[in-house]
Design a protein around this ligand. Structure first.
Ligand SMILES: [Ca+2]
Ligand SMILES: [Ca+2]
Length: 544
């Protein structure tokens, strides 16, 4: 057989082969030196299992606390078995650490059924190779699924998403008590220019700063069916204030912070600043959210803010444009309901160009509205004054609204059937189908049956009312992890994707696992191992 034909046959065999993925097990009773990662002889550490894994494998972590910080360098499923929730405890005092760092090369990974605490910086970080002006092919860790997680007591943010880490899916995740080491910038979820993120059915609470934001030019983000409560800054922000170097000017030359985002069916309660805020956003839909007691320290339940982008001359700091703010229910004890900011700085910065797009909302009695733009005659007033001055909220209603502790409508609420049918909203916070006319806020009373679950049978949502793992008391000696030294990423120092030495792969690592591979794949594995040895001379030097 000619060599080219042999090569072609090899390539075809590889291309048509099913995924020969292995499952590697980790147990607190395991052993890193004598085990093989099988269920009968599990490893002791997650890091050891990852070192022995290959792209596409599953690392299954059995119940228990693991005092380590984890880094994914290739595509893996990292999970506990159904019904278990192992605890990855990465100490906030382990320098520059992250609970789980996902490198760009680990795009497509899935992290499920775990409790993650600590991290000097973050609980989970999606790392990037992208930088402004760099190659168009550079990317972040994309298509990463994070589901059924508890992320708590992090050094700073709960989840950090860096530029071009696109299409992150975050669902049924509880995030709480962020900023244990540094509470000055410690959001539940901080997304800087990651497109297509979905955050749903999650419970984010007691965050040092904002519950969740997406900024830096993030497009097509969907935030739905979440509860966000007790935040040190805002609840949910579409856009915020990003350093200019994180914008992709090829696709976003005007420096919009958020483009085409949807925020729907969320309950936002007890925030220090904006309940739901928009900053330099374009085409944002804010629909069927319930906001209760927001903005205790300033701003308003719905807030149109301005962005400064480091005061750098090339940045454009656009006003919000074309928002649609419909079917929301706003219940404020302090009466701050909607505000449009204006600043005289930098020659004048406006929080909004054109109409706020507000209609069919329910405003609690006493709501005050503000428009600080100098070009508008209106500055502050009640609903009817605001309505007449801005020609908005024609169908919005004021009433003595209330909701239950978890944001549902009580029987007989004036919010029932007070909204309008929206193409952008088809269900409610319970996953129940909306029934025309829509109710105001996140809950549809007597909504239809929820659709069947799309993934694990472990319950469709985490409402926060269900029991979750108790805080660990195991704070003992966390070994220094394989996570990396620091490099500035996305406006903050963060562990580097490339600078870390790879963990040494012990000679015993080559698998005596449950992997089953045909001969051609065995050959391929040896070729790949050889190639990886050739292509990592720096790491080998580092080991000697
Ligand atoms: Ca209805
Ligand atoms: Ca409902």
């Amino acid at each position: 057989m000619p060599r080219s034909t042999l090569t072609t046959a090899l390539v075809l065999a590889l291309a048509s082969a099913p995924a020969w993925s292995a499952e590697l097990f980790v147990s607190t009773s395991g052993n890193d030196s004598s085990a093989d990662g099988s269920s009968a002889r599990p490893y002791r550490t997650i890091g050891r299992a990852i070192s022995a894994s290959r792209a596409g494998d599953t690392v299954t972590v059995l119940n228990g606390t693991y005092n380590e910080c984890v880094r994914l360098r290739h595509r893996l499923t990292l999970r506990s078995p159904s019904g278990q929730r192992a605890h990855i405890a990465c100490s906030t005092s382990t320098a520059n650490s992250v609970g789980i760092q996902v490198d760009p090369g680990a795009s497509g990974s899935r992290i499920a059924n775990l409790e993650i605490s600590g991290g000097y910086y973050y609980g989970i970080m999606l790392q990037t190779d992208w930088y402004q002006g760099g190659p168009a092919s550079a990317t972040g860790a994309s298509d990463v699924v994070m589901e059924d997680l508890l992320i708590r007591d992090t050094g700073r943010d709960g989840i950090k998403i860096t530029p071009k880490s696109n299409r992150a899916i975050i669902r049924r995740v509880e995030i709480r008590n962020t900023g244990r080491r540094d509470d000055s910038n410690a959001d539940g979820i901080d997304n800087v220019n990651g497109d297509g993120m979905v955050v749903e059915d999650s419970y984010i609470h007691n965050t040092a700063t904002t519950g969740l934001y997406f900024k830096g030019g993030a497009r097509n983000v969907v935030i739905q069916r979440n509860r966000i409560e007790n935040t040190g800054d805002a609840g949910i922000l579409a856009g915020f204030d990003t350093s200019p170097e994180y914008f992709d000017l090829r696709v976003n030359p005007d420096y919009y912070e958020a483009i085409d985002g949807i925020v729907r069916n969320n309950v936002v309660r007890n925030t220090r600043y904006a309940g739901i805020g928009l900053y330099a956003s374009k085409n944002t839909v804010v629909a069927n959210n319930t906001i209760v007691n927001a903005a205790s320290g300033g701003h308003s339940a719905i807030y149109f803010g301005v962005t400064f982008q480091d005061w750098e001359p090339q940045a454009k700091r656009p006003a919000n444009v074309n928002p649609k703010v419909v079917n929301n229910l706003i219940i404020q004890s302090n009466n701050r309901c909607v505000e449009i900011r204006y600043s005289n700085e930098l020659g004048g910065l406006s929080g909004l160009s054109g109409s706020p797009g507000t209609d069919w909302n329910g405003y609690g009695n006493g709501c005050v509205f503000r428009d600080n733009r100098p070009a508008t005659a209106f500055s502050q007033g009640n609903l009817s004054q605001w309505r007449n001055a801005l020609n908005v909220d024609a169908n919005s209603k004021q009433a003595n609204y209330s909701v239950t502790a978890d944001g549902h409508l009580p029987a007989g609420s004036p919010a029932i059937d007070a909204g309008t049918v929206l193409a952008e909203v088809t269900d409610d916070i319970d996953g129940q189908a909306r029934r025309a006319p829509y109710d105001l806020g996140a809950d549809e009373v007597g909504g239809g049956s929820p659709p069947p679950p799309t993934s694990p049978p472990s319950g469709r949502r985490s409402t926060g009312s269900q029991p979750l793992a108790p805080p660990s008391i195991a704070q003992a000696a966390a070994p220094r992890s394989a996570a990396a030294p620091a490099r500035p990423v996305a406006a903050t120092p963060a562990p580097a994707a490339a600078a870390a030495p790879a963990p040494a792969r012990p000679a015993a690592a080559l698998p005596a696992t449950v992997r089953i591979a045909p001969p051609v794949l065995g050959l391929w594995s040896r070729l790949r191992d050889w190639y990886e040895r050739q292509s990592r001379p720096r790491e080998h030097r580092a080991r000697h």
